[in-house]
Design a protein around this ligand. Sequence first.
Ligand SMILES: [Fe+2]
Length: 355
Amino acid sequence: MDDFKRREFIKLSAIGFASIALQLNSISSYAQSANAHFGKWNSDTKLNWDAFLERLTKLAKIQHQLPWDQKIYTQKVKQLLLQCNFPEFENIKKEIEFYENKIPNQFEAASLHHEVDFQISLFQFEKGENISHHDHPDMTGVINVVSGNILTKNYSIEEQLSTTREIIKNGRKEVMQKCVIREIENEIFTNGDVSLLTAHEGNIHTLMPKEYTQLVDVFTPAYKPNSKTNWYTVNEDGFYKGRENVFEAEYLNESLSEIKTITLSEEKLNRYIGTYKISDENFIKVFRTDKQIVFERTRSLDTPGQKMSLLPYEDNKFWIEGQNIRFVFNSDNNNATESLTLCIAERKITAIKIK
Ligand SMILES: [Fe+2]
């Protein structure tokens, strides 16, 4: 009997301890808020995840008070990031622990927080998983290197050139627009370093990890469904007209480009219906509604995802109206569909048909 009581006591203590442990984060967050209230919060105060989020939520509201000084804002976000020890935070620990290089030659991204005003993501790169020149229109970005080291180049637009050229790609006429950009940063960032970009300064960047690298990024505001990234081809062979650190670049001018949608028979459309797998947590379902096929990307086979109609422009090629995304269905020797390749700007992801 005594033995039983002792065991019950141990069990209760363990449960009690667990519940206290669960509360510790919120207690410490509450304590941090209270300290802030009493003016005890300064730039050296270490923040936990909740306190960081609370501060950032307040700070990000400044974007609605125009004119928004993005330079001051990004400096303040940088300060908050420097007060965090991200690898110690439970949510980030979990992402790092379960990291898997699911898509070769491409970084892995995890959403840590998303709301309209801002979003926070964790990016994990293998050496060589570079991100080519791209922009973040109308956004600011604050990038904190959590581990590893990465070469970052940032550019600002100097001028849009009137020069354009037309190309035929994936069955449509695309208009490539030339512009001139100025390199304003070219630096290797390592543990604890922070790189900044605003809508008008350094908004175009390229990232080249030199080893396995992890970044925490704060984008303000968050991506919207119609947010559009431009990808640039930069002529780095020489300076534009001899101007130091100034380069000619080219990007796809979506508004000047066209696509010709065609009509496919129901029989042809039916060939593509099925479930496609990118990874264990990334599936694509393709199904029919009336005369169209619909694409749905989900995290598992039985969860719903966002649905989008696909429009054909060739027998096996589809696009989403107004977006620089293409879908190419690939067939085996017997003309049966075996995979689907998603072309998002310059990136390609292939999903294997599993049923
Ligand atoms: Fe970026």
